[in-house]
Design a protein. Structure first.
Length: 139
C-alpha cells in the first residue's frame, strides 16, 4: 500500500493583478490557480481547501480565535526497500498450485484427444434398441 506525504499551505488572501483579469473573483481565482499549478509542477496533488480555527494572542494577555484558510496537497512517497522486497516475494509465490506441486508437469505437452460419445437417438429411433453391429468381412 502506498504511503503519502502531505503539504499544507495558506490559501492566498488577495487576488493577483494581471492583464485581462479585471474582477476581484477572477484575480483571486488566478492566485489560487498559480499556487495549485506551482505545487503540481513539484509533484503535489491538490486535495482540498480547509478552514480551521487558530487561537492567537490579542494584546498582552488576551486570546482570540481566527480562522485560517488552508490548501491541502499530497504526493506519493517512493516505496521503501522492505516494501519492494515484500512485493517481489509475493509475486514469486503467486504460481498456480498444480504446477508448483508437480515438478514433472510439462506445460507444452499436448492433451489427449477427447473420446467421442455415442450420439443421442434421433426422434424416430427407439432409445432402448441397441444399434446393429457392422457386418464382419469374410476371410
Amino acid at each position: 500500500m502506498g504511503m503519502f506525504e502531505y503539504k499544507i499551505v495558506p490559501a492566498p488572501k488577495r487576488g493577483t493583478k494581471a492583464r485581462g483579469v479585471k474582477t476581484a473573483e477572477d484575480r483571486f481565482a488566478l492566485s489560487m490557480e498559480q499556487v495549485i499549478n506551482g505545487l503540481a509542477a513539484e509533484g503535489w496533488e491538490y486535495i482540498r481547501a480547509d478552514t480551521l480555527p487558530s487561537e492567537e494572542r490579542s494584546g498582552l494577555t488576551g486570546r482570540t480565535t481566527v480562522y485560517q484558510n488552508l490548501l491541502v496537497f499530497r504526493r506519493a512517497l517512493p516505496p521503501s526497500d522492505d516494501e519492494i522486497l515484500d512485493q517481489i516475494l509475493a509475486e514469486s509465490h503467486d504460481e498456480s498450485p498444480e504446477l508448483a506441486d508437480d515438478p514433472t508437469a510439462d506445460e507444452d505437452e499436448p492433451l489427449p484427444p477427447a473420446e467421442a460419445e455415442d450420439p443421442e437417438p434421433e426422434a424416430g429411433e427407439d432409445a432402448d434398441e441397441e444399434p446393429p453391429l457392422p457386418e464382419q468381412e469374410k476371410a
